[in-house]
Design a protein around this ligand. Structure first.
Ligand SMILES: [Zn+2]
Length: 614
């Protein structure tokens, strides 16, 4: 009863209007929820936020913003104080690139660092995205490192000062501190996986196998804390974590609890390395926030000698919290104005202000329906790449001088990075869908048969080349999401049905029961009960690496030659393929086609083809 009454209050608060979330964000719907399990030591974890601090304005389940998270953390810290337990906030990097809030300003990130720092974070480290561009490394060193001072940890990352040429640790190598309420001794590291494509003029990433041999590391793991925390931009199933660092710590500390908090692969996942070592990663794009808790005797002296320390059993729990206000209300027991803190509200306002200055809400057009990257097969009318190939490509690949010449236009699916949702398609949506500056190129007068063959090779290169072709893997939707068997992370529908029945009956006693909506569902190494919100799973379909359209080609009358058109990004992969197939084409044959950037052309297409009233 109490629960249902609370939903009533929450819905009333929403209807009454709330200042939190971004102005155009959609209201979430009430959903069946799982509670958080509190332990003596608890964590809230973010990773791979990639600039999504404004939240997902078109996805109600993920519509809270960074300001709402600031409020959530405030209340959770208070709850921890009242319970006499401890709560730590952790972030594992890749905070930039991939959203208009970062990419939409000149210089990039003009607003992001100040917004981000509004959240107090206890342990923070660097991702690979902070290290590609020289300005991104400098900004990280200039802003985020001092913003978080000793909480910023760089166990295997150095910064090179360009004026002095001096190489120095990006931040402290590790952090030892006592928790606020129980005085638990924590020893925390901050790692980056063995990343090698960083900008070498300004940064040095040490391989993790080398770092664990360093005298400072060997000394640190002998400091005998109550708990080790390894924060890292590392997948929880990557060997840097589950082999190298885990073994190094465990060899010296056979029973000390270890919490690994990872990221990078953009998937929610959790696993136990042993009975006293858990590893959790909380997803991507600020869609979900991780919750990890440990309970049992955590203090070294809590189990009286002569009993061995491992006599005290430690229990672990994890949850993936959907970033929406209703969920935040549920976990704090507060809503509306009682939930919103001044700092949270200010942060939401900073985001709104930044979005305004960057004109991210500028309406390009109204999408008549949603177009999904992977929820429908290619060819289906609801598939993004079907729309791209059938409608957008014929329009955007345009060159005034060559308009009468038949053309075959190719684009790699990795060039389009996010779903299009029915309704407002804005400058912001454009950054999400197509974040890369690309122009078109072409090879004139290519024999039509050759062009078709090249397309075929790109489509099914595995059957043409038996060895791994990294330059071809780059064409599809990012491999970091796909080379892990994604289906293993998506709960099958019948599992969800069972789960929803048990939660629904136990918690909501049959009436007023909120409906289940589609959303991210997680099957991780610990089971299928990790999500805080019950969802139906999205369908998932593998997409081709490239799609094409042909213009000026009538069936049955194949032209001798055509213009072979593609985007800039494909230059490298195509030259490799040409070389492998012993053709004479090289990069020198790839000429500019049209003058406009792809996203400028897509903008024009949207303006001409979609209505302006949503
Ligand atoms: Zn990432």
């Amino acid at each position: 009863m109490a629960r249902i009454r609370r939903w009533g209050v929450i819905v009333a608060a929403l209807v009454g209007g709330i200042a939190a979330m971004q102005p155009h964000a959609q209201m979430p719907a009430p959903a069946p929820m799982r509670d958080l399990t509190w332990g003596k030591l608890n964590f809230l974890q973010t990773t791979d936020t990639h600039g999504w601090l404004g939240g997902h304005l078109t996805e109600p389940s993920y519509s809270a913003d960074w300001g709402d998270y600031v409020s959530l953390a405030h209340h959770m810290r208070k709850q921890a104080d009242e319970r006499g337990v401890d709560l730590l906030l952790v972030d594992a990097g890749d905070r930039i690139e991939g959203n208009g809030l970062y990419d939409g300003s000149n210089p990039k990130g003009l607003y992001l660092y100040d917004i981000y720092r509004q959240q107090d974070i206890d342990i923070i480290c660097t991702g690979n995205h902070e290290l590609y561009k020289s300005w991104a490394i400098q900004d990280e060193h200039r802003y985020t490192v001092p913003n978080y001072q000793n909480n910023y940890i760089a166990s295997n990352l150095d910064y090179i000062n360009i004026t002095t040429g001096k190489q120095e640790p990006m931040a402290p190598r590790y952090r030892k501190f006592k928790t606020k309420n129980q005085g638990l001794e924590i020893l925390a590291f901050g790692f980056l996986f063995n990343f090698s494509e960083n900008n070498k003029t300004l940064s040095v990433v040490q391989r993790v196998e080398e770092t664990v041999k360093e005298p400072w590391f060997q000394d640190a793991i002998r400091e005998d804390p109550d708990v080790f925390v390894v924060n890292g931009h590392v997948g929880v199933e990557m060997s840097e974590f589950n082999n190298t660092i885990y073994k190094a710590i465990r060899d010296v500390n056979p029973t000390t609890p270890i919490v690994f908090l990872g990221g990078h692969v953009h998937l929610r996942n959790a696993t136990m390395y042993d009975e006293r070592a858990i590893a959790v990663a909380s997803g991507r794009y600020f869609e979900t926030i991780g919750w990890v808790s440990l309970d049992g005797p955590l203090k070294k002296d809590e189990v009286p000698s002569p009993q061995p320390r491992d006599a005290g059993k430690i229990t672990f729990s994890r949850r993936y919290i959907d970033t929406n206000l209703l969920g935040f209300y549920h976990h704090t027991g507060l809503n509306g104005e009682a939930f919103e803190t001044e700092r949270g509200r200010n942060t939401s306002n900073m985001i709104a202000h930044a979005r305004n200055n960057m004109r991210l809400e500028e309406l390009y057009g109204c999408a008549p329906q949603s177009y999904w990257m992977t929820r429908f097969p290619y060819g289906h009318k609801n598939n993004l790449y079907t729309l791209l190939a059938n409608k957008i490509l014929p329009y955007v690949a345009y060159d005034e001088q060559r308009v009468d010449i038949p053309r075959l236009v190719l684009i790699n699916t990795g060039a389009m990075r996010f779903d299009i949702f029915k309704g407002r398609f804005t400058r912001d949506s454009m950054f999400n869908v197509s974040p890369f500056p690309n122009k078109f190129r072409y090879i004139p007068n290519m024999p039509y048969k050759t062009a078709k063959f090249i397309f075929d090779v790109l489509l099914s290169w595995e059957s043409y080349f038996t060895d791994q072709r990294p330059y071809l893997m780059m064409l599809g939707i990012p491999t970091c999401e796909l080379n892990i068997r994604r289906e293993t992370f998506i709960a099958p529908k019948d599992v969800l049905k069972l789960a929803s029945r048990s939660v629904g009956q136990a918690r909501l006693s049959g009436y007023g029961e909120p409906e289940i909506v589609e959303g991210h569902t997680t099957v991780d190494g610990l089971g299928n009960d990790g999500d805080d919100t019950l969802h139906w799973s999205y369908d998932y379909h593998t997409q081709p690496a490239v799609v094409k359209t042909e213009m000026g080609v009538t069936e049955g009358e194949e032209p001798e030659t055509i213009d072979f058109v593609f985007i800039d990004f494909m230059k490298g992969p195509l030259s490799q393929v040409f070389k492998r197939l012993n053709t004479t084409y090289t990069e020198a044959d790839m000429l500019p086609y049209g003058t406009e950037l792809l996203d400028v052309m897509v903008h024009k297409w949207v303006k001409e083809n979609w209505s302006q009233e949503c």
